[in-house]
Design a binder for this molecule. Structure first.
Ligand code: PEP
Ligand code: MG
Length: 748
């Protein structure tokens, strides 16, 4: 085989492009490609193997092997040299194939006369599509230039196949994008949804693969990279020095954008005949293939950064924004690698569900999805490469599973499940205006948790009697700059207007730990959940808390106001926070603003220490709300964000219930109102236990109010209380089995 030059490569690519532009059946095109490659490379054989399913490669076209073996010869992933190329996702080059370890002789192909072998993966953006092989009788090793040239050709093939050129028979790998897939992830917001995929960042479609003038194309690449560098510098300038993590990512982007190696590889691709965008994508595909094999999380993150950067560059080169002109489906399920809280809010309640390839249980996007009650599954591997806009998708947020392009039996089972839940919801709707009165006569106050304006309509539809917890930090987290006092006043006033006289317990800013505002300085903390967060920040740096308190007073405009402070760990912290509020009240009075007709000041009990605070604290506080999410994590020393431990300890563990009883008794003794507003309040059996030990108010997600009310109305809280006492005296670890037994005896 003669040494190939850049001109040969360019000619080959152009011939391929011309062959592709002729309308003919997929198989004919594939055959034509192999002939052109074999001819222009001067080799005896060129074959294309494509994935039939994730484990099987099939010979789909060949020039030089026996034509009868096409669609007959199959190899498993890793089997033979072809399978090895596919498994390793890198070239295999050998002068003497039969002597190579792992060689598998396929007699039906008649390949015994060919000695040299070069195979390169056909892949697109990390998706393995197949293998392109050339073989020759002559025993020779292929040069680096030849390998590189064949990779460029493989990239063009990958792109064309992806564009559906070969689609048309079921043997094509493209069928994999039509197959049903069950993908598992992690639950971030429970609930079920059926709909169609809406890709948040659709892939850039490359139509121009081969260049006619490499000099012009090099100039295009250079121009685009220059533009990319400027945009990163601008981002760096606006990010300022505040958010360290964001800064670090941008610095890495900048480093990549100035990387000579990256640039050189793309320039080489262009010289060999690719267009600028095809060159960017070729390097992106190689990086993605590497990404899958890198065990080191830090390096994987860096490769992700490079991936993001390539996408930016592709958008500059093709002029394609996020907007593709596609219309959003009626039942959109958002699919994305990751998404920011602001972007998620923009989509708002239009979305039926969200599936993320990355994400975290405590991320801001998760907080927003929870607030919007949109089922969310995170950490779903490969969802963005598997899913196409418009694909039918079922999201099982409760089980953390996603069915992509499900078959009919899966869909109907899923629909049965959701129909049953909808029926139950109908039953709950009947209870909406009825009290949560247990059979013993005790009435439990059911309130809802909220954090966004969008939550407020649920106050009426759920039948909640108040907003037991309004998480004010959501407004701060979903913006890219610190809100001003006037923004806060307007927001709180709208909340109070919408509540229409029902009480709203505003919790002051609870930031730190997992809730980080991009525009605020944040120290690097080894253990942020136990670090400088919530009220601690407010007391040490009172500026924002004071602004918030002023805004609350002004928004109340003479109406009743209820303020509660998060993560109060000692009585002294509460005293200090309360004095701060009183100073603001005085100040507002001096400024001539009207004061709330009634003011309630409460504390969230989220650390065990507060259960044992001096009696003076219990007397001073107007109410206490137990933040069970944080309290449980500190009680059991189990991080609420850590998948490995977060479900490990049961709320109905007797130690925890006994501890909660201490708080109930202390509140009882001092006549202090007590409520519980962690997630557990919304789980019917847990809620029953909490009511049973004497917690008379529960605040939860609006959707949980119906199920909790329904169970409480059927139960007798005296019986629940006795049952828990019996479990305690018997020295059992948990009250759950006994409670479940009890619940199963209750009539519907
Ligand atoms: C809690 O900790 O239980 C709570 C209600 O607050 P958050 O979940 O916002 O920390
Ligand atoms: Mg909390």
């Amino acid at each position: 085989m003669p040494h190939r030059t850049e001109t040969d490569s360019r000619k080959l690519l152009r011939r391929l492009r011309d062959a592709m532009s002729v309308a003919s059946p997929g198989q004919e095109r594939l055959d034509r490609i192999t002939t052109i490659i074999a001819e222009s490379m001067g080799v005896d054989v060129c074959s294309i193997y494509l994935f039939r399913d994730p484990d099987t490669l099939e010979l789909c076209a060949t020039e030089g092997l026996r034509p009868e073996s096409v669609h007959i010869t199959r190899l498993r992933l890793g089997e033979g040299l072809v399978g090895k190329v596919a498994r390793l996702a890198r070239p295999v080059n050998t002068a003497n194939a039969p002597a190579e370890p792992g060689f598998r002789y396929m007699p039906e192909t008649g390949e015994e006369v060919f000695t040299s072998f070069l195979g390169v993966p056909v892949q697109r953006l990390g998706e393995r599509l197949g293998v392109l092989v050339v073989q020759a009788k002559e025993p020779r090793l292929y040069s680096d230039d030849e390998i590189y040239g064949l990779e460029v050709v493989a990239m063009v093939i990958a792109e064309m196949t992806e564009l559906g050129v070969f689609v048309g028979d079921s043997t094509s790998f493209a069928a994999t994008h039509k197959n049903p897939a069950l993908l598992r992830g992690v639950t971030a917001q429970e609930g079920e949804a059926e709909g169609e995929v809406w890709l948040h960042e659709p892939r850039v479609v490359i139509t121009n693969l081969v260049n006619d003038d490499s000099r012009a194309e090099l100039a295009r690449l250079e121009g685009a990279v220059a533009q990319l560098r400027v945009s990163i510098d601008e981002l760096l300038a606006t990010a300022g020095t505040r958010d360290k993590e964001h800064q670090e990512v941008l610095q890495t982007y900048r480093m990549f954008a100035h990387s000579r190696g990256w640039m050189k590889r793309m320039e080489e691709d262009i010289r060999l005949g690719l267009s600028a965008e095809a060159a960017v994508e070729k390097e992106q595909s190689t990086a993605r293939a590497r990404l899958e094999r890198v065990p080191d999380a830090y390096l994987r993150d860096r490769l992700h950064d490079l991936d993001d950067l390539s996408n930016r560059l592709l958008r500059i080169l093709t002029g394609q924004g996020r907007e593709t002109g596609a219309t959003m489906p009626d039942r959109p399920i958002l699919v994305a690698r990751n998404i920011g809280p602001g972007e998620l809010l923009e989509y708002g309640r239009n979305l039926r569900g969200v599936v993320l390839e990355e994400g975290a249980v405590g991320s801001h996007a998760t907080i927003v999805a929870r607030a919007l009650a949109i089922p969310l599954v995170i950490n779903v591997p490969r969802i963005t490469t598997e899913a196409l806009t418009g694909d039918h998708i079922l999201v099982d947020g409760t089980e953390g599973m996603v069915h992509l392009r499900p078959d009919d039996s899966v869909t109907s089972a899923f629909r049965d499940k959701t129909a049953m839940q909808a029926k139950a919801q109908e039953r709950y709707a009947v209870l909406r205006d009825k009290p949560a009165q247990a059979r013993c006569g005790t009435v439990i106050g059911l309130k809802m948790n909220a954090g966004l304006m969008a939550d407020l309509p649920s106050l009426v539809s759920s039948g909640a009697e108040a907003v037991g917890l309004f998480r004010t930090e959501l407004q701060f987290l979903t913006q890219d700059r610190m809100p001003r006092r006037t923004d806060l006043v307007a927001n709180y006033a709208r909340v109070l207007d919408a509540a229409d006289g029902r009480p709203v317990h505003f919790r002051t800013l609870d930031i730190g730990s997992d809730k980080v505002m991009p525009y605020m300085n944040r120290p690097d903390e080894p253990n942020p959940a136990m670090g400088w967060r919530a009220l601690r920040v407010g007391l040490d740096k009172p500026g924002v808390l004071r602004m918030q308190l002023q805004a609350l007073i002004r928004a109340a405009k003479g109406r009743a106001l209820s303020v509660m402070f998060p993560l109060v760990a000692t009585g002294a912290e509460f005293t200090e926070a309360r004095s701060m509020l009183m100073r603001e009240i005085d100040r507002e009075a001096r400024l001539g603003h009207s004061l709330p007709e009634r003011l309630e000041v409460g504390a969230m009990l989220e650390t065990p220490s507060l259960a044992f605070a001096p009696k003076g604290f219990y007397e001073a506080v107007d109410f206490i709300s137990i933040g069970g999410n944080d309290l449980k994590q500190f009680f059991f020393a189990a991080d609420r964000e850590n998948e490995l431990v977060r479900r490990r300890y049961d709320t109905l563990n007797v130690s925890f219930l006994t501890f909660l009883q201490v708080v109930v008794d202390r509140c009882h003794e001092t006549d202090t109102a007590l409520s519980f507003c962690g997630e557990d309040a919304g789980r019917p059996v847990d809620a029953l236990a909490l009511a049973g030990i004497g917690i008379a108010a529960l605040s939860m997600r609006p959707a949980s109010i119906g199920p909790v009310k329904s169970l409480i109305r059927r139960a007798n809280l005296n019986e629940v209380s006795e049952l828990i006492a019996r479990v305690q005296t018997r020295g059992l670890e948990t009250a759950r089995p006994a409670l479940l037994d009890y619940v199963s005896t209750l009539v519907d």
